[in-house]
Design a protein around this ligand. Structure first.
Ligand code: SAM
Length: 395
């Protein structure tokens, strides 16, 4: 039973039986991917173990510790699998309105696991660290805190009733940013289209009770760049806060579905907060246009993240990859005024801090306002006064 019931709404189009069937199949595929986690991970481990056994005995003797380590990896995979079983338990009931008619009791697996899906299962486990563990606190401080601080500055509880402020977080991942915004009294909706993320965030937000009650081994699939064996098998506890600790009257919900398809009503939101999201588009301009349309006149868009352009190297996907220089022209072209801007914001994403390989983004951070007609006139007037040169809105 959901003890607190953060609302999950499925906004995927379920207009006809065909789409219904497609959605059921998709859901079934994600459940299968989670179920394949253990056999797939053990297969990878067995490959190393089998090769190891072909090595000369004096090598094996020298590698005694390593062989023990491989045994530990097996235990970590089993522990992760136990969490996965909890994540996919009852997933057919997570949405308040419509549900993908898939059942976890169905013991059949789809014929072949898709490798990309296995990577997504592993990424979901790592995302638990970023969003819901003490180990993720530093990442959240650099990625989420500037957004939260800006919301508080723009919609100060001293000057408005926070619950009247409608904030949308598209690409919400495991929901921590949206949760933190709702915790501060704002009406906040997270939106996410990945069922990997939705199943996992539903488990954390609606099923986890207490603090640090579960553990995962997020780096167990990282066989390379380990300084110490224990870095690979490290356990990370979650959730670092009790997700049920939201105030009674908190307004927090999650919607499932493609941001572009779900949010089609104009002038609805006071604020859209995007973190590591805009580069998930085939056409980033369409994301920006949608954000512009759904904001109320005078509303703000806060963004932080890189331009990794997720579809860029996918042969079967379309993609454009404009530089940030071009993106800011697009933003202004739609009628936003960039009010704050910072480049080279050092940020990380689900990073294993112990790894010998570190990845860091010099992200961009900006706050921009959707101009209403009055503001547009003022803005134009300001530009004209500025010797006719195009104003750079950069603070
Ligand atoms: C890189 S992750 C960022 C997650 C989270 N904001 C964070 O900072 O940890 C981007 C997320 O956006 C989601 N996403 C991408 N395109 C989307 C779309 N069109 N509609 C809804 N969610 C989308 C992905 O599934 C993924 O969870």
């Amino acid at each position: 039973m959901d003890y607190m019931g953060h609302v999950y709404q499925n906004k995927n189009k379920m207009a006809d039986t065909y789409e219904d069937e497609e959605e059921r199949k998709h859901s079934q595929r994600i459940v299968s991917a989670f179920k394949y986690y253990k056999p797939h991970s053990l297969q990878r481990l067995k490959k190393t173990e089998s090769y190891l056994l072909t090595l000369p005995s004096h090598h094996l003797k020298l590698l005694k510790k390593y062989r023990q380590h491989l045994q530990n990896i097996r235990l970590c995979i089993e522990n992760n699998d136990a969490i996965i079983k909890l994540i996919i338990k009852d997933v057919s009931h997570i949405f308040e309105n419509v549900n993908p008619a898939c059942s976890n009791n169905d013991s059949t697996l789809s014929p072949r696991p898709v490798l990309a899906d296995q990577e997504k299962v592993q990424a979901t486990i790592k995302q638990l660290v970023r969003d819901w563990s003490i180990e993720g606190a530093a990442e959240r401080q650099t990625c989420y805190q500037p957004i939260i601080d800006e919301i508080i500055e723009q919609f100060s509880p001293d000057s408005c009733d926070s619950s009247d402020v409608q904030i949308l977080v598209p690409g919400a991942g495991l929901g921590r940013l949206a949760y933190e915004i709702a915790k501060r009294g704002y009406t906040c909706q997270g939106n996410e289209f990945s069922l990997f993320m939705l199943f996992a965030s539903h488990f954390v937000l609606n099923k986890c009770r207490g603090i640090n009650t579960y553990q995962v081994h997020p780096w167990v699939h990282q066989y390379m760049n380990n300084l110490l064996a224990v870095h690979q098998t490290q356990a990370v506890y979650f959730p670092d806060v009790n997700p049920s600790d939201l105030p009674e009257d908190a307004q927090f919900s999650m919607t499932a579905g493609d941001f572009l398809e779900v949010y089609t009503s104009n002038n609805c939101w006071d604020c859209v907060a995007t973190c590591f999201f805009i580069d998930c588009a085939n056409n980033v301009v369409q994301f920006i246009e949608t954000i512009y349309n759904i904001l109320k006149p005078g509303g703000i868009w806060i963004n932080l993240g890189p331009l990794l352009y997720h579809f860029s190297d996918m042969p079967t996907e379309d993609s454009i990859e404009p530089s940030y220089e071009v993106i800011r022209e697009v933003i202004q072209g739609f009628g936003f005024k960039i009010e704050k801007e910072e480049t080279r914001v050092q940020t990380r994403y689900a990073q294993n801090v112990n790894s010998m390989l570190q990845c860091e983004y010099n992200s961009v951070y900006f706050v921009c306002r959707k101009l209403n007609q009055e503001l547009i006139n003022e803005h134009r007037h300001g530009n004209e006064n500025n010797n006719g040169t195009k104003e750079r809105d950069n603070n």
